[in-house]
Design a protein around this ligand. Structure first.
Ligand code: 5AD
Ligand code: SF4
Length: 460
């Protein structure tokens, strides 16, 4: 394709890593049909807003984003499309509500994107495609043309969810659990490794359910073992896990899959058994704590992060205190906390005992304040330790620094040249901040295989 024939696409992304990765997949698909990316919406021929509807706030952002693009449509006829969860949820209603919108593409229609764009270009018709595809064709992922200097890559291994937590819109907008065939996942990761990718993050709404119920070659722990054997992949991460599906076999992978990083994101949502039951989570505070204990027994240096919702319908002060108590018991490395947000069509949205906004806000502030202290204390405890950092590139703060992450997913900045990008470096932590660490390289600069076994406390 010659340069002058290329059209430009601008993609704006809201929401989780799955959405970020979907945007990347959309771009790869469009690159195969004469588009290339631009960072300027004003010069684009096609604007796509990839949306999230998990809470009210990200959903509202979609409408304000579309409002910003209206003028471009009027001035130069830019094609405008909405993809992702809001597209799936609203469908035709979106076309009615936003008269200058050309395309609405649901979560299962992603792979049809180039064809649908072409249809709009050729016919000028407005199109809405939101059917579900039980065969899972939407999970097919074209590889990037090139990875450039990229060190890390997301890999979708499954999509959808069968759990139906009472507050959650995901099963309605992403559909039922569907796993990608294991061999296809492994092939993609081998190709990424060939292109220089060192770290993969496996994505799915509930990765622990990978392979369940399908004629799969292997389950999730087995998949981790197979990825571990791929030459060039130094680190594996995955998200998100569900505590009820978090098996002993999976816990053991943290000690017997060498490239599996010592970090787990294990959303707890609440520390109150009464609320967990109403959320339909399928575990109790005690059984969650048991999993944490077992994880730490297996892998003492593991970092644990979670999601919490405050102000779920019927949450009383004592329920909230159970959540605070759980936080003290676990001492999460970091916590992502949200005010409960009623989602149309979910069971909890119909519960009569909704909590007042001010109460939710107060609880959120208390919880976040306490977590800030814990996160900082945890970072402080790392001062003087030696850690393995996978260098990602230049630090945003200083032109002389590079930035990367420890195996436990903490950000570390240190003095160094860009030639370190993509390498594993031994760094001694000299200073800690609320959200990052600072360090300096030690000799030898590259870690040996034995760093974790010599000093497990430092293997973070
Ligand atoms: N209200 C508030 N938070 C929610 N989450 C999911 N649904 C809702 C909702 N209706 C949070 C959960 C989940 C994270 C991705 O978003 O904590 O783990
Ligand atoms: Fe939503 Fe629950 Fe499924 Fe997570 S496990 S995506 S919270 S329904």
């Amino acid at each position: 394709m010659t340069e002058y024939m290329q059209k430009l696409v601008y993609i704006e992304t809201y929401g989780c890593q799955m959405n970020e990765h979907d945007s990347e997949r959309m771009l790869r698909l469009l690159e195969l049909s004469s588009f290339r990316a631009t960072r300027e919406a004003s010069e684009a021929d096609l604007i796509l807003v990839n949306t999230c509807s998990v809470r009210e706030k990200p959903e509202q952002k979609v409408y304000s984003a579309l409002g910003r693009f209206r003028l471009l449509k009027e001035e130069k006829g830019t094609i405008i499309g909405v993809t992702g969860c809001v597209a799936q949820q609203e469908g035709e209603r979106l076309l009615k509500r936003v008269p200058y919108l050309d395309l609405v593409i649901g979560t299962h229609a992603l792979s049809s994107l180039p064809r649908l764009v072409r249809q709009v270009e050729e016919s000028g018709r407005r199109i809405c495609e939101t059917g579900f595809d039980p065969a899972g064709g939407y999970l097919k992922t074209p590889l990037p043309e090139q990875c450039g200097a990229r060190v890390k890559s997301y890999v979708t291994i499954m999509q959808g969810c069968n759990r139906f937590c009472s507050y959650c819109i995901v099963p309605y907008v992403r559909g039922r659990e569907k796993s990608r065939p294991g061999q296809e996942v492994l092939k993609e990761i081998r190709e990424l490794a060939d292109r220089g990718v060192k770290e993969v993050c496996l994505l799915g709404q509930n990765v622990n359910a990978y392979g369940k119920g399908a004629a799969e070659e292997f389950d999730f722990p087995e998949l981790l073992h197979r990825i571990d054997e791929i030459e060039g992949i130094e680190r594996i991460r995955f998200t998100t896990s569900h505590p009820a599906d978090f098996s002993d076999k999976l816990i053991r992978t943290f000690s017997n899959v060498k490239s599996l990083c010592e970090h787990i994101h294990l959303p707890v949502q609440s520390g109150s058994d009464r609320i967990l039951k109403r959320m339909h989570r399928g575990y109790t505070k005690a059984s969650y704590l048991e999993k944490v204990e077992s994880l730490r027994k297996n892998c003492p240096s593991i970092a644990i992060t979670a999601d919490v919702i405050v102000g779920f319908p019927g949450e009383e002060e004592e329920d909230f205190h159970e959540t605070l108590d759980l936080m003290e018991k676990v001492r999460f490395d970091d916590l992502f906390s949200f005010k409960y947000s009623p989602r149309k069509g979910t069971r909890a949205a119909q519960f009569q005992d909704q909590v007042e906004t001010e109460v939710k806000e107060r609880r959120l502030a208390v919880l976040q304040e306490r977590q800030k202290e814990i996160t900082f204390e945890k970072n402080k405890a790392l001062e003087g330790c030696t850690v393995e950092v996978l260098v990602e590139g230049r630090s945003r703060q200083s032109g002389q620094d590079v930035t990367g992450r420890t195996r436990s997913n903490k950000i570390v900045n240190f003095k160094g040249g860009l030639d370190l990008a993509g390498t594993l470096v031994c760094v001694q932590i000299t200073e800690s901040f609320p959200h990052s660490l600072r360090g300096e390289t030690i000799n030898p600069i590259n870690p040996t295989d034995s760093i974790n076994s010599i000093n497990p406390i430092n293997a973070v």
